[in-house]
Ligand binder design. Sequence first.
Ligand SMILES: [Zn+2]
Length: 237
Amino acid sequence: MNQEKLLWKLQEFKQDEAKLLKNEASNLLLESLRELKERIKSGEEQISLLHNEIEEDNNRSMELEKGIKCLNDQIKEGKEKLYSTEPESMKELIALQQSVQKLECQSEERENIYLELLEKTEACEKKETKLKEVSKSWKMEYNKSIRKYKKMKIGMDLKLAEVKCKQEEIIEQLTPEVKKIYQDVEKRFSINFVALLKKNSCTGCHIEVSDNLIKQVKSGKGYYFCDNCGRILLSSV
Ligand SMILES: [Zn+2]
């Protein structure tokens, strides 16, 4: 293979490498994995907050239950006293009745708070269950995507190694002069350092080149560069 063809081939392999690195499917998958991970993390935080809230509410419910039971015992005691003993005076009877009524009011108030709390806890528990289910499905999706990504990555790494190997093989065949030229131009045009002269224009920048350069390139003697962009300009490959 002549040096021009080798340069052209090298450029093709450099382009293949760039395509592999730009692999959109794998980048998209990676992006969705990151999103999924964030979602799982925030879901776990929400579950933990809900769990603490439910625990606190349960403790409060137990306290309320105890308080209600205590009040109900007092009411029972008060009523027994009211119906079984003969009050000494009307005043004492009224005071006893009022005291029982007051206790009943307190008990009812606490019952209402207790019921509201139960309803709230039930809603929290439902929310927690739902979140746990959703989180589980996210985790399953994450694991599935991780497996898919790893498989894709292995395939991509293999292809990349292969393409790199081919590039090395070509670079080894380049003469020191051409190798230097390629390395200089590659610094500016990493994947399109070689252009062709087509209809008096450079296929790299699509601008017409000077008559003198056209003659030089067509002569096939030596290596020339586009006088506009600086790419290595070949008449053909
Ligand atoms: Zn050019």
